[in-house]
Design a binder for this molecule. Structure first.
Ligand code: OSB
Ligand code: MG
Length: 367
């Protein structure tokens, strides 16, 4: 298709409760949206970058700059744009995967709408619903944490993930394990530890965790391999996994025996499928991570999580876990599952009146 117009919108959406990780505390999501129009169809993509470069080096305003200055001109200049061809079209820009993923999602959405195909069909979904977990932030105290966990268990979530950091790890894990019995439990450190903590982290082994996510800094694959050799809890990389090649390398080096796949982090849904395929060939289970997505990214993530290698529940929670009102029709948990959308493209409809109402800046329009 030929892309005739690209709009960039930035909106602010309050979270229903603050979300605290080892790297920061967030009360609102700053969302950059790309809307592409061409050949009589349109599509939306959501950027997963945060307001500040604390989870990765990318951040909202930086993504907007890369998109405006380099990616949109390439898109508008091309006579025939396909999602498959974007890798080549954007080859002049190194990295900036979250920025590229934003436009890839919008182009895929438009392309699929033009043929009446759903994301699930295009990506290779084999299930019509996906099992859901929930990511629980660091709490002011244990009682508040237990209350929050109780609510999620009550809501039907099939797996709990606790954010941990030095000083907030063994006790919350022990108390939550005691509270939830045998419900699957995992932890995410978002790079908060070092190799000096190996003996300490080994103490997590007694809580029967599904996995420990990204204990060390993202560049240090070797440290994760060392830890994996020293503890029984499976090590799972998140931040470190930015491409298929890096995923294969980390697996072969024994640094990760389970992989968290986030489309935004790896440059888009097509690369996410490629990582899924590589992991499947190596018999490594994967699960779908989350970045507090609105209904747009959530719809696409749920389609991805329906691929055969997604063997563990994802951070694909219901809309209500994040927002009082979502940007699309809300995703509602049913017995711990979310249904894979079946309509063309993402299968959801963006509520453009909300895009306008929640705008924090004038939209930028490129033709
Ligand atoms: O590390 O998985 C992470 C949110 C923002 C940035 C990083 C992470 C997260 C989450 C939330 O854990 C997952 C979600 O519910 O979307
Ligand atoms: Mg993580």
């Amino acid at each position: 298709m030929r892309i005739e117009r690209v709009e960039l919108h930035t909106i602010g959406m309050p979270l229903v409760r603050p979300f605290e990780t080892s790297f920061g505390r967030q009360t609102e999501r700053d969302v950059l949206l790309a809307h592409v129009v061409g050949d009589g169809v349109d599509g939306w993509g959501e950027c997963v970058a945060g307001t500040t470069p604390d989870y990765s080096s990318e951040y909202v305003a930086g993504c907007a700059a890369i998109i405006e200055r380099f990616l949109v001109p390439a898109l508008l200049a091309a006579s025939d744009v396909t999602a498959d061809g974007l890798d080549e079209l954007f080859a002049g820009v190194i990295g900036h995967r979250m920025a590229k993923a934003t436009l890839e999602a919008a182009v895929l959405d438009a392309e699929l709408r033009s043929t009446g195909t759903s994301f699930g069909e295009r990506l290779g979904a084999v299930r019509d619903r996906v099992e859901c977990g929930v990511s629980v932030g660091i709490s002011p105290d244990i009682e508040t944490l237990l209350e929050e966990v109780d609510g999620y268990v009550e809501a039907g979530y099939r797996r709990i993930k606790l954010k941990i950091k030095p000083g907030w790890d063994l006790e919350p894990v022990a108390r939550v394990r005691e509270r939830i019995g045998t419900l699957p439990l995992q932890v995410d450190a978002n790079t908060a530890y070092t190799l000096d903590h190996v003996d300490h982290l080994r103490r997590l082994d007694e809580y029967g965790l599904l996995l420990i996510e990204q204990p060390f800094v993202e560049e240090d694959i070797a440290a994760h391999a060392l830890l994996a050799d020293s503890i029984d809890t499976p090590v799972c990389l998140d931040e470190s996994i930015t491409s298929t090649g890096i995923a294969i390398d980390a697996i072969q080096r024994g640094a990760t025996s389970i992989v968290n796949i986030k489309p935004g982090r790896v440059g888009g849904y097509l690369e996410a499928v490629s990582i899924h395929d590589a992991c499947r060939a190596l018999d490594v289970p994967v699960w779908c991570g989350g970045m507090l997505e609105t209904g747009i990214g959530r719809a696409m993530n749920i389609a991805l999580a329906a691929l055969p290698g997604f063997a563990l529940p994802g951070d694909t929670s219901a809309s209500s876990r994040y927002f009082a009102e979502d940007l699309t029709e809300p995703f509602v948990l049913d017995d711990g599952y979310l249904a894979v959308p079946t309509g063309p493209g993402s299968g959801v409809t963006v509520r453009t009146e909300l895009v306008e109402r929640w705008a924090v800046a004038e939209p930028r329009v490129f033709t």
